[in-house]
Ligand binder design. Sequence first.
Ligand code: DGL
Length: 268
Amino acid sequence: MAVIGFFDSGIGGLTVLHEAMKKMPQEQFLYYADTDHVPYGTKTPEEICRYTKEAAAFLMEKGADILVIACNTATSAAIHLLRAELPIPIVGMEPAVKPAVTKLPDQKILVCATPITVEGEKLHHLLETEHASPENVHLLPLPELVKWAEKGEFSTEVIVPYLQERIGEQNYAAVVLGCTHFTLFRDSFQKILGDDILFIDGTNGTVNRIKSLLDDRCGSSREESTRVRYYRSGREILASDDIAFIETIYTRLNTLDEYISQKEITKL
Ligand code: DGL
């Protein structure tokens, strides 16, 4: 059995943890949300590096065998430092541009992320490597969504006008959700981008990567039940209201997954 330490600036990484718990029901998980410093997307890379290193040290101290940076922003700013300094495997996340341009060559793709990720060298390097043309692949920073997600504000009445204003009138075939918080807003994105829009995010790729690391490390010895401990900037989350909020995020994800996949099935 391995202990997998998840990290995000806030609740965004729960979108990845949720999938990981489904696919790896016998592992143990730690989840660290840096709610004292969220949002990261408008901080400096230096600040993000400092916070991310603190969180990584905390998770290692708590016994993490693998570290998952379930945050595109922290990956963009800090993964090179973590990989250079820490002795455990580290899985990062970056906007899923590669599957998007491979699946939809010559089609219009919207890549949404935080300002830090959009401006970061890492994403520009990825776009270059994947030969993503600026005519087809559009980058859009969306700084507000993270704040709304942290407050539990997902209502389409609030979110849709903001997305409408930011996205404008474009005919996209796919949207790359390059921030783990954005997966929670798929219903609003769909209202703007249409029922046929394809959502592409890094969730499945990340979970598959963790699984392959586990297969390499642990063979098939696993414990019986999922266990997860949540931390908020280093303090364990135990209050029932806070746990209930996390549960509402999982419920929202289940509802969105069902709604989006039903649409996919209807289209076939
Ligand atoms: N969830 C983080 C990401 O994937 C975003 C965070 C933030 O701005 O705090 O980029």
